[in-house]
Design a protein around this ligand. Structure first.
Ligand SMILES: [Zn+2]
Length: 336
């Protein structure tokens, strides 16, 4: 890219990315106590996180809730392991080279087998920049991502994420480079790894334009990416309410027993339904405002009434207003 254009574009790109990153997880409201606990845990161990078994042959490391910072080295997502007869499969290994190395050390405590495949759920860098560490340790690893994710990386999205992670962690991610997926997948694709079946779900724009949800058929597990967060308000600015709700409706038809969100605790379908409930209430508040000839700024008064069940979810106070406005513009667009 022309250097002059680059110097203009990069700061803009970085601020857009920051918005997108917080799409993955809201700011940690009311969490100073929790943050203090985490920071004292971090002084005991450099990486105080481990994998928990959530289903047959399936483990998840539930990452911290804070945004990337120098202490957590950018780690904030939920990496997953699926053990197959042909080796290990990793879902979303994390956010930086350093985090990836730490995650790999924890993988070894679950199984000494080789990693043969990785799935990346979407373009947000906190989920996949640690691919680099996996690829360095297992050069033949297959890395799967949605076709649109490969295209966005081709257009430079990955480099912007590297830059953002470097600035948010104040250099703790130094050395991280873009290692994107090397295998493009789309909806309905079936990938067999040993005797385990991985089924790809994508129903158009949801959390982003690049989402895949990965159903592990024999284990009755779905990795949802950020199409569902657990017990926290999402940022929705890279996606749409309608698309996200539709993706959730479709994935619930899998009838899986266990659902792994992009951030927050793993659960069953009630966790997924609770999240859909929030998106639906905000969208319905926007519809009501539109039908009553009110403005986008009036959605908040309605949604505040209907979403009280979610008021303790981190991010609620900050995001309910902007999300009402976003949903209103979607309702408007749907009318014309
Ligand atoms: Zn995300």
């Amino acid at each position: 890219m022309n250097q002059i254009i680059k110097t203009i574009i990069q700061p803009v790109a970085a601020s857009i990315m920051l918005l997108a990153l917080t799409a993955c997880s809201p700011p940690a409201d009311n969490t100073s106590e929790k943050a203090a606990e985490t920071s004292s845990a971090q002084s005991k161990s450099d990486f105080p996180h481990s994998f928990e078994k959530v289903a047959e042959n399936t483990w998840v490391m539930h990452g911290p809730r804070e945004l990337p910072n120098p202490q957590n080295k950018g780690f904030m997502n939920n990496p997953g392991i699926v053990k197959t007869s042909a080796g290990l499969v990793i879902i979303d290994p994390g956010s930086t080279l350093q985090v990836g190395k730490n995650v790999l050390a924890e993988v070894k405590k679950v199984s000494e087998e080789d990693i043969v495949a990785v799935f990346n759920t979407h373009i947000h860098g906190d989920h996949w920049l640690a691919n680099q560490a996996v690829k360095a340790a297992y050069p033949d690893v297959k890395i799967y991502g949605h076709t649109n994710m490969l295209a966005e990386i081709e257009d430079g999205a990955g480099d912007n994420w590297v830059q953002l992670m470097d600035s948010m962690t104040e250099g703790a991610s130094k050395g991280t480079i873009v290692v994107g997926p090397n295998n493009a997948v789309e909806n309905s694709r079936i990938i067999k790894v040993g005797d385990t079946t991985f089924k790809i779900h994508n129903y158009g724009v949801a959390h982003t334009k690049t989402d895949i949800m990965i159903e592990v058929v024999e284990n009755s597990v779905v990795f949802l990416g950020d199409n569902v967060l657990s017990l926290r308000i999402p940022r929705t600015s890279d996606g749409t309410f309608q698309g996200n709700i539709m993706a959730i409706n479709n994935i619930l038809e899998s009838g899986a027993k266990t659902y792994v969100p992009g951030h927050g605790p793993t659960g069953d379908k009630t966790m997924v339904e609770a999240y859909r409930g929030y998106l639906t209430l905000v969208y319905e508040a926007a519809q009501k405002a539109f039908e009553e000839d009110l403005d986008s700024s009036d959605v908040l008064a309605i949604s505040r009434e209907t979403t009280t069940a979610y008021k303790d979810w981190p991010g609620y106070e900050k995001l309910l207003g902007p999300q009402g406005a976003q949903a209103y513009s979607e309702v408007e667009a749907a009318e014309f």
